[in-house]
Ligand binder design. Structure first.
Ligand code: GRF
Length: 203
């Protein structure tokens, strides 16, 4: 399977996916990495792994629709079976999401449906939550609202700040994202309407 990964930053999830492909845990190949930021460290990780990279800045595009059309074209060059959002910090248009419907995954740093959007760790701390985590989901037109495939939980201890909680969540992200991508590449995972299915069972 051909996998394209979209990033905006550090790319630690990208690294986990690269390592999992190299180890044979994911029966697929990351064929391209696309960033909307030229200085994303994840681009260096991709280059170090010998993977094609592209940068597509929003500058120079008149509208979100125009950008997303260019992004679709850039992605299609890699003939992907799966598109993985790994810290790609842009809101996608309905056209984009529909174009890749059923083969678009995202990871979000909260136990969805809790804390959609930004600053999830601080919001969980502020709410007094003792439990937090991350979710891998299929992307639909609803921002952070698509069907959840897999979640991992972490504790929040008294006195924790957002950075320590983020670190704890990140460690789990690096476990669950490769696992979900593995399932997809094994043809065990599907999106059917607003549901995620694994091995013929709704999740
Ligand atoms: C992760 O926390 C992920 O949940 C969120 O963006 C962050 C990306 O981190 N969507 P990295 O670039 O993979 O290190």
């Amino acid at each position: 399977k051909s996998i394209v990964v979209l990033i905006s930053g550090s790319g630690s999830n990208l690294q986990a996916l690269l390592d999992s492909c190299a180890a044979g845990f994911i029966p697929g190949k990351i064929t391209g990495v696309i960033s909307n930021k030229a200085n994303a460290f994840g681009l260096k990780r991709a280059e170090a792994a010998g993977i094609s990279t592209a940068v597509l800045s929003h500058k120079g595009f008149d509208s979100r629709e125009a950008y997303d059309q260019a992004l679709i074209a850039a992605i299609e060059q890699f003939k992907p079976d799966l598109i993985v959002l790994a810290g790609f910090m842009r809101i996608l248009t309905a056209e984009f999401v529909q174009h890749f419907s059923g083969k678009l995954l995202n990871i979000h740093p909260s136990l969805l449906p809790k804390y959609q959007g930004l600053a999830t760790h601080q919001r969980a701390i502020d709410a007094g939550d003792t439990e937090h985590g991350c979710s891998v989901h299929f992307v639909t037109e609803q921002l952070d609202g698509g069907p959840v495939i897999l979640q991992a939980k972490v504790p929040i201890f008294p006195g924790d700040d957002a950075s320590i909680v983020a670190e704890r969540v990140h460690a789990q992200e690096h476990q669950i994202y490769p696992l979900v991508v593995r399932w997809f590449c094994q043809d065990r995972l599907q999106q059917r309407a607003n549901e995620a299915w694994l091995d013929g069972n709704v999740l």
